[in-house]
Design a protein around this ligand. Structure first.
Ligand code: NFA
Length: 103
């Protein structure tokens, strides 16, 4: 090509190891109104938990204010948190599940 034309060669980044997707936590937030048994029912249905697991997560959020429920890829974590929050909303409860990226 003519003198002074600049040729830019795009570099293709070589991926050596496949980066595993960043995981996001689903967090159960305590409130004063949602019945304990309903929280347990939602945890079992939406997060495939046993009765004992669900009881432990519910009581931890009740005592400490929040509890990590599970970790998933961003899309799955957000979908699960939304579905579980909507299950409470349908019954008129302020039940809230949030998400945040893992360190
Ligand atoms: N604090 C609620 C109650 O005493 C129970 C609850 C636990 C709600 C965990 C939300 C999250 N009925």
């Amino acid at each position: 090509s003519p003198m002074s034309d600049i040729i830019i060669t795009p570099k293709t980044r070589i991926q050596v190891k496949s980066d595993r997707p960043r995981l996001h936590k689903v967090i159960l937030v305590n409130d004063d109104y949602t019945p304990r048994e309903f929280v347990v029912t939602v945890l079992k249905a939406e997060f495939c938990m046993s009765e004992d697991q669900a009881q432990r997560v519910m009581i931890t959020a009740h005592r400490r204010g929040v509890c990590v429920v599970a970790v998933y890829t961003k899309d799955v974590a957000e979908a699960k948190a939304t579905a579980a929050t909507e299950a409470g909303r349908r019954k008129g409860y302020p039940l809230l599940f949030t998400t945040e990226p893992e360190e």
